[in-house]
Design a protein around this ligand. Sequence first.
Ligand code: NDP
Ligand code: 2IT
Length: 447
Amino acid sequence: MRGSDRIEQIYRDVVRRNPGETEFHQAVKEVLETLGPVLDKHPEYAEHKIIERLCEPERQLIFRVPWQDDRGEVQIARGFRVGFNSALGPYKGGLRFHPSVYLGIVKFLGFEQTFKNALTGLPIGGAKGGADFDPKGKSDGEIMRFCQSFMTTLYHYLGEYTDVPAGDIGVGTREIGYLFGQYKRITNRYESGVLTGKSPQWGGSLVRREATGYGTVYFVEEMLKARGDGLEGKTCTVSGSGNVALHVIEKLQQLGAKVVACSDSNGVIYDEQGVDLQVLKQLKEVERRRIRHYVEHRGAAQYLENGCIWDIPCQVALPCATQNELDEASARRLVENGCIAVGEGANMPTTPGGVRVFLNAGVAYAPGKAANAGGVATSALEMQQNASRDAWTFEYTERRLREIMQNIHRDCFETAKEFGSPGNYVIGANIVGFRRVAQAMLAFGVI
Ligand code: NDP
Ligand code: 2IT
């Protein structure tokens, strides 16, 4: 059977065996579509059913998370942890707390994470988890009790050599603190390497907080460099206003680009003179408020309630909020308005139709699994520091991050060329990640 026919059959089976999990189907399809030529070149992958095994998570945990709100009322959330693939290292990937979380979201993220982690070149397998808990409007005490309940079940399945969670949407340093505190208390172990994204005051790595955003910008810088261009003076828009978006904005500004817009799930800030990061950080990181309040501090800026950030003209677009936030129509508008590069800080933010538009228009398009790998890569650096009971400087850690992003870019770039699609980072990233995982799986036999 030809590689592409085999792949179609595998995809049909994935859809049949995982009904209703549309985001998971989408993530699998996007990867599988690029692997036909790899199967033709490596018949051993088909013979050992590597792709079929890769599409089936190694383990999936769904659990009840009961907690009490500030009025004493009992609330019940659903918790998840999916260990997707441990061929290259312990399960590694973030936790997402958002009302939209269900198994299909966790599986799409875990599947992507497997390839992303392989791309980093560091010894980490792929996983994801979270809960359909909505942290918006919750008090500190409610967040703490929720995290404690979540960890009280999950701790059985974690360990520095087994499964190492971190943050994602709705999970930052505060939540990692409550989770780690509970893990330490129940297990009677100060096992720093069991979670990453910790505060540098108690075992975290410097630069982890900034890493996803900074790494995404480094990747875009490399893409532009490969085309004889750079970020200096470029007008950029960045969706979202969370951890990733804020640090994308920070690094873009450091490199001389101008960021004119950011957003949240309610609206868009358009600041033609360039976003004031200090104001934004104060609002988001310190006061934990919505971006609509930004205009109270910057008179010239506009708040566009329910606006679409991709309507705003830019040369570089950086989707850093959530999956499928940039559709085909938005991609068309971006191209019409002169967009030349897209770097995905978020996971799968562009729909398949949107990706096609970018590739056909010759836009330098960096898929999330390559562009945002700096976050998990720096998590792996945090694990290294924890294992050696060491703490590196900011400068050293950032240098490591930058080298990792440059290496990922080079590997994707060269592999795309090898497979006859120069400049196509989708093909490059999928094939590099897949081959690394596949080689380890072959070595381990049928497990
Ligand atoms: P945060 O929780 O810090 O911020 C999320 C941001 O995205 C907020 O501005 C939020 O707006 C917006 N957002 C979330 N969900 C939606 C939605 N359904 N519709 C519209 N806007 C939404 O999360 P992060 O910054 O950590 O994560 C952002 C993206 O980056 C995610 O896709 C995540 O998977 C990815 N990522 C994160 C990494 C990390 O290290 N943190 C690493 C690699 C990828 P609002 O406040 O209105 O909800
Ligand atoms: O999507 C991601 O790569 C993350 N949320 C970070 C995972 C991690 O383990 O640092």
